[in-house]
Design a binder for this molecule. Structure first.
Ligand SMILES: Cc1cc2nc3c(=O)[nH]c(=O)nc-3n(C[C@H](O)[C@H](O)[C@H](O)COP(=O)(O)O)c2cc1C
Length: 121
């Protein structure tokens, strides 16, 4: 599997930054070389990961700087999208149901608000 990062290890590079800015490299290598690839670069939400994978643009996504900002990024995003299947480190487990309940409430409020906007339209 090839991780498609353009480095950011030289001051001479001039990457064009934007959301999912390196995913086109993964997409092209995967289609043309027919090898498994990993996309990385400004992929910051689980929904982005799912859409990249579902569209066949990569086999895996890597998350770099969001993990530097929040080492529990993966656990947080799993709770945000309502996926309960990730095991938390035992000493942190008390935080899992509270985080999941908070995001479940947010999703339910968003669904109610979307439904009421549909009724108005
Ligand atoms: C601390 C750090 C070290 C990195 N080292 C490398 C590296 O050695 N080789 C490489 O190709 N990319 C390296 N990168 C770039 C990442 O692979 C990735 O392309 C970049 O961080 C964008 O992804 P992100 O938005 O998820 O952080 C590094 C990034 C960071 C933050």
């Amino acid at each position: 599997m090839l991780d498609c990062s353009s480095g950011q290890v030289s001051p001479h590079q001039r990457p064009i930054y934007g959301r999912m800015y390196q995913t086109p490299f993964s997409d092209r290598i995967r289609q043309e070389a027919q090898i498994a690839t990993m996309a990385v670069g400004a992929i910051s939400e689980a929904d982005h990961v799912n859409s990249v994978i579902a569209a066949g643009r990569a086999d895996l996504c890597a998350i770099g700087r969001p993990h530097l900002a929040n080492p529990a990024w993966t656990l947080t995003e799993a709770a945000r999208i309502g996926y309960p299947g990730l095991a938390w480190p035992q000493s942190y487990e008390a935080g899992k149901p509270q985080l999941e309940a908070g995001f479940a409430r947010e999703r339910s409020l968003q669904a109610q608000s979307a439904a009421s906007q549909e009724r108005v339209a």
